[in-house]
Design a protein around this ligand. Structure first.
Ligand code: SIN
Length: 495
């Protein structure tokens, strides 16, 4: 079959209005070719309709993809960095040229509003662009010698084949944030996107193909998560596992990776506190809370999950936030002006519902929302709750949905203690104007990413990653290439 056709199993499938329909793929991409029989349905979460079926790869097919990546590593890692990075740069340009189509595919399979999907494509392409430069700078070092007849140098070499396992909430950015640094420094990758959102990943593979990235360097496989994960983590040919997803799955992948002592990069769950102090600019705090809490319908690892508001501004903040939340338009991501899409699936809907019910049982009150949306399906009303307490479910579990619980506090120390009382430490936000407080709180919060008077702080040029059970390692920025490199010390004696 040619790369531009869907197989007969998918003859009814389509995403209308794609400028380049050949970006819609229904096969996996292994060793530079499209492979597999479509079987696993991918549906639109806004309508429940089937978009397309994709293959259901398992252990054997994963092993083939690993072999392809392993074989490609020999020549890709030997290529001059400048030549490799030129191809990665071309991949970036194609991502930007096809921004509208990539966004439409993403909204159709994931549900996020089209404007947010376009934002994600630009954000994701930003990683590709950044690492097409940074890949040329895997500098080593010389160390002043300890012996007159010897010299010490340290070089950085690509670690080898990388298994990249990514989630459904950011179908493109989580892939480029891992794959772009990996391939830019000379690694090869077997990428396993979430079964809910494989189509953006497969379109990225098509663009990598068109960019001239050689066969075997970037492979995309979809299917049985447990089999693919097991094969990637236990294969001796894979030298690193990079994962974004839940802490529970991350722990399992780390356990499995221990069998072959692999390098791991883990971007795991969070339970972000967002603190509004009495001296905050309240309009800024409301705008930041909206951005942090309701981005991607509350389905990000860095969404504010626990909102703490100091007593002096509590009522005013609650009123302003409620007004902004109640005004949000809920609907299918392709509709004009939609700010909130559906949740990804029924389980996600039930979790939000359970968190709201649990809070209400504990004495919380609804300021707006608080139930399933009248559109049905997996739509839930953007919700603000007041009078919440620290013993409610959302304090220990990420809600991963559009519920903003507002808790009152009195002192700075109390807010910091509540904020840090979590096994997670990915992101935290606070709003304040006093410079002394900004430093004190910024340094005291136990999180890898801190937003001060800002609700969305992700960017390709800054390090993203968590403390405690939120993960290991950092992605993005110049630090983002470190985990894909193996440091080698060489002593030259007998001089
Ligand atoms: C995530 O939710 O895992 C990523 C969010 C981001 O990159 O901002």
């Amino acid at each position: 079959m040619s790369v531009n056709e869907l197989s007969p199993d998918n003859d009814q499938a389509a995403i209308p209005n794609l400028k380049d329909p050949s970006l819609l793929k229904d096969q996996c991409y292994v060793d530079g070719a499209w492979a597999g029989t479509p079987d696993l349905p991918v549906t639109n979460p806004a309508t429940g309709e089937l978009i397309v079926k994709v293959p259901r790869f398992g252990t054997a097919e994963t092993a083939q993809a690993i072999d392809a990546a392993h074989e490609a590593f020999a020549s890709w890692s030997q290529m001059l960095a400048a030549e490799r990075c030129k191809l990665v740069r071309r991949w970036y340009e194609l991502q930007m040229e096809h921004l509208d189509d990539l966004a439409l595919i993403m909204t159709t399979e994931q549900g996020k509003p089209l404007a947010e999907a376009k934002g994600e494509v630009a954000y994701a392409a930003g990683f590709t662009e950044f690492y097409s430069e940074e890949g040329k700078r895997a500098y080593g070092e010389t160390i002043p010698t300890h012996r007159k007849d010897a010299r010490i140098v340290v070089i950085n070499q690509p670690i080898g084949v990388v298994g990249a396992i990514t989630p459904w909430n950011f179908p493109m950015a989580m892939i480029t944030r891992k794959v772009a640094p990996a391939i830019s420094v000379g690694c090869t990758v077997v990428s396993k996107p979430a079964s809910e959102t494989p189509l953006t990943a497969l379109a990225l593979a098509e663009l990598a193909h068109r960019a001239g990235i050689p066969k075997g360097v970037f492979n995309v496989i979809v299917g049985k998560s447990s089999e693919i994960g097991k094969e990637l983590t236990t294969s001796n040919k894979v030298r690193m596992i990079t994962f974004t997803g839940s802490t529970e799955v991350g722990r399992l992948l780390m356990e499995q990776s221990a069998s072959t002592i692999k390098q791991v990069g883990m971007e795991l769950g969070g339970n972000a506190p967002l603190i509004v102090f009495d001296d905050a600019d309240l309009d800024q705090a409301v705008a930041g809370t909206m951005a942090s809490k309701f981005r991607n319908t509350g389905q990000t690892c860095v969404c504010a999950n626990r909102i703490l508001v100091q007593e002096g501004v509590y009522d005013e903040f609650a009123e302003k936030l409620t007004k902004a939340v109640a005004a949000m338009k809920v609907g299918e991501g392709i509709e004009e002006g939609v700010a909130q899409g559906p949740l990804i699936n029924q389980a996600a809907l039930e979790k939000v519902e359970a968190h709201v019910e649990n809070a209400l049982k504990g004495g919380a009150k609804v300021l707006t929302g608080g139930k399933r949306h009248e559109r049905g399906g997996t739509f839930y009303e953007p919700t603000v709750l007041t009078d919440v307490t620290t013993d409610m479910l959302f304090n220990t579990e990420e809600t991963f949905g559009p519920m903003a619980p507002l808790q009152r506090f009195k002192t700075e120390d109390e807010a910091i203690a509540i904020a840090n009382d979590s096994e997670y430490g990915l992101s935290a936000y606070f709003f304040a104007r006093d410079i002394g407080r900004i430093w004190r709180v910024g340094e005291a919060l136990e999180a890898g990413i801190i937003g001060i008077n800002e609700g969305v702080i992700s960017t390709p040029i800054a390090p993203f990653g968590g403390m405690k059970q939120s993960g290991i390692g950092r992605e993005g920025s110049h630090h983002g290439i470190e985990e894909f490199l193996e440091m080698k010390y060489m002593l030259m004696g007998g001089l």
